[in-house]
Design a protein around this ligand. Structure first.
Ligand SMILES: Nc1nc2c(ncn2[C@@H]2O[C@H](COP(=O)(O)OP(=O)(O)OP(=O)(O)O)[C@@H](O)[C@H]2O)c(=O)[nH]1
Ligand SMILES: [Mg+2]
Length: 388
């Protein structure tokens, strides 16, 4: 199988190029406006595969993983995307440093530079000020024992011990549950819900490969996204490449029936349309179905780069789906991870997975306490190590 990106002035031109090179079986996987950094190559980036029968695809799973992941974007595009992501992170780091240097520490830190540094790092990473204060004060108490502020000595704390206490305090403020499905119920049925463009469809494919195909589990992919023709087509192509069953369903009745008919599967993934604030009304039937079935695990996908206030509004509006867990996407697109902590601390909902790039299936990781604490304390950790 061969997968290749074509850059051209129109999608039709790309189709002509692909069918000439890959043959009449060429299958369109994805098309989008070329990113600005690749625009000189053509207005559109269109990805094609030459067709392969589903059974062949199933047997070729390990290779498929590599080929899907490495070839859906051109090497030039990949490098440019990485450069842009690196630049974004660098800018984010500069913004954090500036924020720390211009913001006066709050009075409660007293004369302690350690508390002030830790508070600055947390708020610079966009941890909410109240939560940051709680974390810093609790970490201090762990190291020196609870003391009234006026009795605090202004001298430096044991840096390494304070750093450990900070990590423990951050880690204690969120839960992790990197699993799919509801308990022991089979099949495991996972519905990915979230705002438009959050990464639902690509994350579904990543999960299907890593948790279905990698362990040779029978997987079924269902799409309830009938709003846009291209949406279901993209998933149909991926499912064909992976050799897993796929159906587009128009109604809740059809969805319920299809689940019933596929009780023998191990994993069923349901892709849903992206619902924005304006269309939550149109989500109500689907939400009612998914949230009331005891065997469905609705996971809410949220872009990590979103501001805390927006995340809270979205999480509240998606409560109609009663999501069991939060799955943060696009960690590679931000340098401030505080909003993830703010939201999981606010809602008490466990974190399941993180996605950190566009490559399928690699850019998926299980959420972990250590990883998030490290990201949240970026900046402080390195200072602590230098001083230790
Ligand atoms: N940088 C980055 N991009 C991602 C990540 N996950 C998904 N994307 C990209 O985000 C875009 C939208 O992804 P989709 O999976 O189509 O998002 P969706 O939620 O299904 O979108 P709708 O169906 O339109 O609501 C695509 O270009 C993906 O490649 C990620 O972790 N990092
Ligand atoms: Mg989608």
């Amino acid at each position: 199988m061969k997968i290749k990106s074509y850059f051209s002035r129109t999608v039709e031109d790309a189709m002509a190029m692909a069918s000439q090179e890959l043959g009449p079986e060429a299958m369109l996987l994805n098309s989008r406006k070329a990113p600005p950094e690749a625009r000189h190559l053509g207005e559109y980036e269109v990805v094609f595969a030459n067709g392969i029968p589903a059974n062949e695809a199933a047997e070729a799973v390990p290779e498929t993983q590599t080929s899907v992941s490495t070839s859906t974007r051109s090497p030039v595009g990949d490098q440019l995307s990485r450069d842009v992501a690196d630049l974004k992170k660098e800018l984010e780091g500069m913004r954090r440093t500036l924020t720390r240097s211009v913001m006066a520490p709050p009075q409660w830190v007293g004369a302690s530079p350690d508390l002030s540094d830790a508070y600055g790092v947390l708020t610079g990473n966009e941890v909410g000020p109240d939560l940051a204060r709680e974390i810093v004060q609790s970490a201090e108490s762990r190291v020196i024992g609870a003391r009234p502020p006026q009795k605090r000595a202004p001298q430096r704390l044991d840096k390494a011990a304070f750093h450990r206490a900070l990590v423990e305090e951050v880690e204690s403020r969120f839960k992790v549950q990197a699993t799919l499905g509801r308990g022991e119920l089979r099949p495991k049925i996972v519905a990915l819900v979230g705002p438009p463009g959050a990464g639902k469809t690509t994350t579904l494919v990543k999960l299907a490969v890593n948790y279905g195909l990698a362990s040779r589990c029978p997987v079924l992919v269902l799409s309830m996204d009938t709003y846009r023709v291209a949406a279901a087509e993209q998933l149909r192509c991926y499912s064909a490449i992976l050799g897993v069953g796929f159906q587009v369903l128009e109604t809740i009745t059809a969805l319920a029936q299809t689940i019933e008919e596929n009780r023998g599967k191990e994993l069923i993934f349901i892709d849903t349309p992206g619902f924005g604030f304006g269309d939550m009304d149109s989500a109500s039937d689907l939400a009612q179905f998914l949230s009331t079935r005891p065997d469905v695990d609705p996971q809410l996908l949220l872009p990590a780069s979103m501001k805390s206030a927006d995340l809270s509004r979205i999480v509240d509006s998606f409560e109609i789906f009663r999501p069991q867990r939060l799955l943060f996407t696009k960690l590679d697109e931000t340098g401030s991870f505080g909003p993830i902590l703010n939201e999981s601390a606010r809602t008490g909902k466990p974190l399941s997975f993180f996605t950190n790039g566009q490559r399928i299936p690699e850019d998926l990781e299980t959420a972990s306490r250590e990883r998030l604490a490290e990201l949240i304390l970026t900046g402080y950790s390195s200072q602590a190590r230098t001083a230790a």
